[in-house]
Write a protein that binds this ligand. Structure first.
Ligand SMILES: [Zn+2]
Ligand SMILES: [Zn+2]
Length: 339
């Protein structure tokens, strides 16, 4: 049997390379994918933090932002064939819990996740059931397709707050996810897109993708700056950090919407509830999106937005740890591991 040399998550932030057999399609709906590239996600940084900020099963291969070519299919696979380019929808929901049965798949209480609880895509090959894979047109470059999973979370989040043409949007947090929000709002026809972050590198990057303004709250009075740029305050504020609700409600206009996207398990920001009530604000907690996958494929295939602009580094599989460090230290924005 052929083998592959892969980084294995050993717990406590450790990655060790091992030789493992190339997985083979065994279940009737299994698909073997030859992975072309896999993005490093904030979730991977959390898995590899000490102590871990996101749980993963030791002894698995992590990585879920993969793109690849179908190598082989089991006899029960109908919609895919060898040679097809596919991307991964990494959460395998159970289909049977109360939430799945109510159509709230993203709240499944019994899911598995490729790259967290079962083997993922920081590897030359991945075997996954066909329902986890979405075919994407060959015309979409590998380096754009690799953004499918993070972009799907953003597509699934944005849909929750009603948006009108030329609405003004503020995004708190200019990491890769905040940037994807900015790109999507630009594509959707937002008026002004204003990004907020503390890191000069990220603010420069935001300028490069053409946002209206990139603001550092240690240098400007944020409320005043947003007021001046938007007239009334933001129609929509996105918290892509996870603890920015107090700031978000200050920046939203009366009747505005706040999208809560970032996840910070241990933070408990104090919020002025009066502001939310008095100014008729609507808050939306959003988590990974409710089946945004087909729409995200269409968006990437439309070539209307180009997330590959966010990639700062491309590294081989043997340098996964260095890639994680580049993102963690803020020297890199998005790092892609390529095979
Ligand atoms: Zn991800
Ligand atoms: Zn379920």
């Amino acid at each position: 049997m052929k083998s592959m040399y892969v980084p294995i998550f050993k717990g406590e932030g450790r990655l060790e390379y091992e030789t493992r057999p190339i997985p083979q399609p065994t279940a009737p709906d299994d698909v073997l994918v030859k992975i072309e590239a896999c993005g490093i996600c904030g979730t991977d940084l959390n898995i590899l933090a000490v102590p871990a900020a996101h749980k993963a099963t030791p002894n698995i291969i992590i990585g879920h932002e993969g793109v690849g070519l179908v190598e082989a299919v089991a006899p029960g696979v109908t919609g895919l064939q060898p040679g097809d380019r596919v991307v991964i929808a990494n959460r395998l929901t159970c289909g049977q819990c109360h939430y799945c049965r109510r159509g709230l798949d993203n709240q499944c209480t019994n899911y598995k996740t490729i790259g967290t609880t079962i083997d993922g895509a920081f590897a030359p090959y991945l075997c996954a059931p066909q329902r986890a894979l979405f075919k994407i047109d060959d015309q979409v470059p590998r380096d754009e397709a690799v953004f499918f999973e993070p972009l799907s979370c953003v597509v699934g989040s944005v849909v929750r707050a009603p948006m009108q043409a030329a609405d003004n949007v503020v995004i708190l947090g200019a990491g890769p996810m905040g940037m994807l929000f900015a790109m999507l709002y630009q594509t959707l026809g937002a008026g002004r897109v204003i990004m907020v972050d503390l890191a000069p590198f990220r603010l420069d990057f935001a300028q490069k993708i053409g946002v209206t303004a990139a603001l550092n709250p240690t240098e400007v009075d944020l409320s005043q700056a947003v007021q001046e740029l938007s007239g009334l305050g933001a129609d929509i504020v996105v918290d892509a950090v996870g603890n920015q609700l107090p700031t978000a409600i200050k920046l939203a206009r009366r009747g505005g919407h706040v999208i809560l996207f970032g996840l910070r398990l241990y933070d408990n920001p104090a919020v002025n509830q009066y502001t939310i009530t008095r100014y008729d604000l609507t808050l939306h907690g959003t988590f990974v999106g409710l089946n945004p996958f087909a729409q995200t494929i269409q968006l990437l295939e439309s070539r209307r937005l180009h997330p590959s602009k966010l990639t700062t580094h491309r590294l081989p599989l043997t340098e996964l740890a260095q890639g994680v460090e580049l993102m963690r230290s803020g020297q890199g924005l998005k790092v892609i591991i390529e095979n």
